[in-house]
Design a protein around this ligand. Structure first.
Ligand SMILES: *Cc1c(COP(=O)(O)O)cnc(C)c1O
Length: 367
């Protein structure tokens, strides 16, 4: 069986170093807010080209904390609107609604699956305070139109870079373009911990300080609480693992691009739409997502032939039970995408033989 993602094999690549990192933390007797975290924050800020990086418990918290901080700072208040792509993982929407902000869902383009920036301006009202853009599947979602609109309407630009570590737009790495960025290091992400982890990056010192306090019980000084905060910290052991894996992220991206290019050059099946790449450096291929009618038939056929695929995602946020208040929205492109996408295996540990086999099967597929 060719697994969709073989995490055991992924982490086996770094086995010695990961074990050494775990031992170091166990022996240190220091498990939170220590040297490993400090080193990771420094390294990750450098990697993103941003002034500040703050380790937090997971990607959802990273996004939640950004909005919570803007509310504490008086930049936003409950009831304000945040524009989000309708085609995203639910975490992006949860971060907004969890803070009492109102999500305004805007359609993606069918080519990129990212926000259709030509539809942004129409979605803006006097209550709009921010755009939360999602670099879905690993592809940059920022363009000149989006940047100009943020400037014109004085909107905060927040990036959801859970899937796009290292993707580049105009010479800038995701996480250094907007006002603040949420990153996830969930094990299956391109830069994955061995458990939950996340980070916020920003160049805004005031924002950084508020988020830092909010993630640690709202405390700046121990046992003194300035805000009603959360407990959202990145464990030393996960920071130690991430320090190991960050060293190899560029090699991992290179391998993913090789896999993606192989698929792009060799999948030739008229039933299938391949992903569109706008800028080579702008895509880090967290997922390789194809699109076709009746995708379940292809998924079953591949599974019967020993290839596991997944669907990202089968139900859009506005059709989830959790968001019945959004269920009447008319978002046909988003719904079409959710009905037709299928993710093929992609990772640095996929072998050439496996890749050839997958492409042969996909090309031989008939309805
Ligand atoms: C994974 C993901 C998140 C949330 O990250 P967690 O670490 O799982 O909380 C947020 N947004 C997107 C687009 C994601 O893919």
């Amino acid at each position: 069986m060719i697994k969709f993602l073989d995490l055991q094999k992924v982490n086996q690549q770094y086995q010695e170093e990961l074990k050494e990192a775990a031992s170091r933390v166990i022996d240190s007797g220091w498990y939170l807010q220590g040297n490993e975290l400090e080193l990771f924050e420094t390294n990750y800020a450098t990697f993103c080209g941003s002034k500040y990086a703050l380790g937090v418990a997971n990607g959802l918290d990273a996004l939640r904390l950004i909005f919570k901080a803007y509310i504490e700072m008086g930049v936003m208040q409950k009831g304000d609107e945040v524009i989000i792509p309708a085609n995203t993982y639910i975490a992006s929407v949860l971060a907004v609604t969890d803070n009492g902000l109102v999500p305004v869902l805007v359609e993606p383009t069918i080519a990129t699956y990212n926000l259709d920036t030509s539809k942004l301006e129409r979605a803006i009202t006097s209550k709009t305070k921010a755009i939360l853009t999602v670099h879905l599947y690993g592809q940059n979602s920022v363009d000149a139109v989006m940047l100009a609109i943020c400037k014109k309407y004085n909107l905060k630009l927040i990036e959801d870079s859970a899937q796009s570590h290292g993707a580049i737009y105009n010479g800038k790495v995701m996480g250094s373009i907007g006002d603040a960025t949420g990153h996830s290091f969930y094990p299956g992400k391109n830069l994955g911990a061995l458990g939950d982890a996340g980070a916020v990056t920003t160049n805004d010192e005031a924002l950084f300080q508020v988020i830092k306090a909010l993630g640690n019980y709202g405390s700046i000084k121990k046992y003194e609480n300035k805000y009603k905060g959360l407990n959202s910290r990145l464990d030393e052991i996960q920071a130690a693992f991430l320090n190991v894996k960050l060293k190899y992220i560029n090699a991992d991206i290179k391998n993913r691009r090789m896999v993606a290019n192989y698929y792009l050059n060799n999948i030739k099946n008229p039933l299938i739409t391949l992903p569109t790449v706008l800028i080579q450096d702008g895509h880090v291929w967290h997922l390789f997502v194809i699109r076709l009618k009746n995708r379940e038939a292809l998924q079953n056929y591949l599974l019967e032939n020993g290839v596991q695929t997944l669907i990202h995602y089968p139900i859009p946020p506005h059709k989830q039970m959790a968001y019945t208040e959004l269920s009447d929205l008319n978002l046909p492109i988003t719904e079409k995408i959710h009905q037709e996408v299928l993710s093929l295996p992609i990772s640095a540990v996929l072998t050439q033989d496996e890749l050839v086999r997958i492409v042969e099967l996909v090309n031989a597929y008939k309805q």
